[in-house]
Design a protein around this ligand. Structure first.
Ligand code: PLP
Length: 475
C-alpha cells in the first residue's frame, strides 16, 4: 500500500480498483488455464507450507506481492477445480458465485436478522424457497444455509431431537445406513447421543439401506423400551451414489412417529432432472433434507442447506431469545430471522452465492449441466464394464461409480492401489479410492461443471492403458 494514505486499512478508490483488477485478473488466468493444468501439483507443496509458518509481519507489503503468495500457494495443490478432478465429490466452483462472495464481503451487510437488511434477508429466504421447490416442500417449510452438508446433518439431528424427544435424550435411538456419510452418525454423537444410540442399518446388494432390516431394528428397540426417533436415509451415497428406498423407510418412520431426514448432500440437485425425480420418490414426504450446493450446484465451498418441512420445528429447536437482540427479535412471517433457525448468529451472506448464479444463468443451465453429468457417468460405466479384466459391481444410479481390475494373479487390493497411483500419475485425471465390503475400489465421480465428454473419454483411455501396462508386468 502506498505510504501516502494515512489510513491504510481503508484503501483509496484508486487503490481499490487496482487491487480489484489484479484479483479478478488472477482468477481469470487461473480459470482460463484449468483445461491445460495438471491434475495435481504437489511438488514442494509442504516446503511451501513450511515457508508460510511465519510470524505476523509488523509492516505490510505491496498487494501484488501478497496476491502472488496466495496464487503460488493455491497452485501447489490437488487441482480440484479442474475438469480432470473426478475424486471424492467434486465441486468446480462457479466464477459467478465467487463474484457473489466478493460482493457479499464488500457490502458486508448483516443478513441473519431480517430487520437489519430485509431485502437481502429475503434473498436468502428466496434461495431456500427455490431449494424447497425442488422437493415440493410446503410453504410452511423453512431452512438454513450452513457451511456444508455436515453442519446441515447436525442441525437436522438437533431439530429432530427437539421435536421427538424434547429434553429426554436417554432412550432416543437414531438410524442411518452403513453406507451413509460419516457426518450422519457424527451428527448424532455431537448432538449428545452415545455410540450405542446411533445404529447403522445394513445395506442390500445395491448398497442401499435394507428397509426390512431397519424396520426390524426399530421393532427390536421399541420392544426393549428404547425410543426410535430419527432415521437418516441417503439420496445418493458418497461412495457409490446408491439411493436408499426413501418411500419405504418413510413408511416405517411415520408408523413409529419418527423423523425422516434425507441426506441429499450429493444427490439432491439431480432431482431437477426428470430421471432424478423418479429415483428419489418419497423424498417430498421427508421431515428434512440436507443439500450441499458446493457439490452438484457447482458453487465454491462454503454452502450447505438444511430444509425442514415444518419450519416451526426448526425454529423451536434453535430459538433462544437474548436481551441485547431485543430490538431485532421481531419474527416477521415472510422474512424470517435466520439466526432463529440456526446455531449461527453472525455469518457471511451465503445466499448470494447461489442466488446470483441462478439469476444470471437460470435453473435450466443447472438442469442441463446435471443431465450432462449423468450421461458422462453412463459413458464411463459402459466403457469400463465392457473392458476386459475390469469389474464394475454396480451400475451408477447417479454419477459416482466404483470399479476395480482383477489381475490374473496376485493380490487384487494391492494391484488396484498401484493402478490408482498409475492413473493419477497421468496428471490428466485425479481419482480416489474407497473400501466397499472390505474390498479396495477405485472410484470416479463426475460432478464438476468443467468436466465434459473430451475429458471423460480421456479418463477412460488413461484407466484402460494403466491397467494394461500394470497387468503386463509381474506384480
Ligand atoms: C459431502 C457429503 C456430506 C458432507 O458435506 P460437507 O459439505 O463436506 O460437510 C454429507 N453427506 C453426503 C451424502 C455427502 O456426500
Amino acid at each position: 500500500m502506498s505510504g501516502s494514505n494515512p489510513y491504510p486499512l481503508e484503501p483509496t478508490a484508486e487503490e481499490m480498483r487496482a487491487m480489484g483488477h489484479a484479483t479478478v485478473g488472477a482468477i481469470e488466468r487461473f480459470i482460463d488455464g484449468l483445461p491445460f493444468a495438471g491434475a495435481a501439483d504437489l511438488d514442494g507443496a509442504f516446503e511451501l507450507a513450511g515457508e508460510l509458518r511465519e510470524r505476523a509481519p509488523e509492516e505490510g507489503m505491496p498487494f501484488e506481492q501478497v496476491l502472488d503468495r496466495v496464487v503460488m500457494a493455491s497452485q501447489k495443490a490437488v487441482n480440484n477445480s479442474g475438469p480432470g478432478f473426478m475424486a471424492y465429490i467434486p465441486g468446480g466452483g462457479l466464477y459467478t458465485s465467487a463474484l457473489a462472495d466478493l460482493l457479499a464481503g464488500g457490502f458486508n451487510r448483516y443478513v441473519t436478522f431480517a430487520g437489519m437488511a430485509p431485502a437481502l434477508a429475503q434473498i436468502e429466504s428466496t434461495v431456500l424457497r427455490w431449494l424447497c421447490d425442488i422437493f415440493d416442500f410446503p410453504q410452511a417449510a423453512r431452512g438454513v444455509l450452513t457451511s456444508g452438508g455436515s453442519m446441515a446433518n447436525f442441525s437436522a439431528v438437533v431439530a429432530a431431537r427437539q421435536a421427538k424427544l424434547g429434553e429426554g435424550l436417554a432412550e432416543g435411538m437414531l438410524y442411518t445406513s452403513q453406507e451413509s456419510h460419516a457426518s450422519c452418525a457424527k451428527a448424532g454423537y455431537l448432538a449428545g447421543f452415545s455410540k450405542a444410540q446411533v445404529r447403522l442399518v445394513p445395506t442390500d446388494d445395491a448398497l442401499a439401506m435394507d428397509a426390512d432390516a431397519f424396520a426390524a431394528m426399530v421393532a427390536e428397540d421399541r420392544a426393549a423400551g428404547r425410543r426410535p426417533f430419527m432415521v437418516t436415509a441417503t439420496a445418493g451415497t458418497t461412495n457409490t451414489g446408491a439411493i436408499d428406498p426413501i418411500a419405504r423407510i418413510g413408511e416405517v418412520a411415520r408408523a413409529n412417529d419418527m423423523w425422516l431426514h434425507v441426506d441429499a448432500a450429493y444427490g439432491g440437485p439431480f432431482c431437477l432432472t426428470p430421471y432424478g425425480r423418479a429415483l428419489f420418490a418419497g423424498i417430498d414426504r421427508a421431515d428434512s433434507i440436507t443439500l450441499d450446493p458446493h457439490k452438484a450446484f457447482f458453487l465454491p465451498y462454503g454452502i450447505g442447506a438444511l430444509l425442514v418441512r415444518n419450519g416451526t420445528q426448526l425454529h423451536d429447536a434453535h430459538h433462544v431469545p437474548a436481551g441485547y437482540l431485543q430490538d431485532l427479535d421481531l419474527e416477521e412471517d415472510l422474512v424470517p430471522n435466520m439466526s432463529e433457525y440456526s446455531m449461527e448468529l453472525s455469518r457471511s451472506f451465503r445466499g448470494l452465492k447461489l442466488w446470483l448464479p441462478v439469476q444470471l444463468h437460470g435453473m435450466a443451465a443447472f438442469r442441463s449441466a446435471l443431465e450432462e453429468k449423468l450421461e458422462l457417468a453412463r459413458y464411463i460405466y459402459d466403457e469400463i464394464r465392457d473392458a476386459p479384466g475390469f469389474e464394475v459391481p454396480l451400475k451408477p444410479a447417479l454419477t459416482a461409480m466404483a470399479f476395480r481390475y482383477i489381475p490374473s494373479s496376485g493380490d487384487v487390493n494391492a494391484f488396484n492401489q498401484r493402478l490408482l497411483d498409475r492413473i493419477n500419475a497421468s496428471d490428466r485425471i485425479f481419482l480416489s479410492s474407497t473400501t466397499i465390503r472390505d474390498q479396495f475400489m477405485i472410484r470416479t465421480c463426475v460432478v464438476s461443471h468443467r468436466t465434459h465428454h473430451d475429458r471423460v473419454e480421456e479418463a477412460v483411455r488413461v484407466v484402460k492403458a494403466a491397467a494394461r501396462d500394470l497387468a503386463g508386468r509381474p506384480a
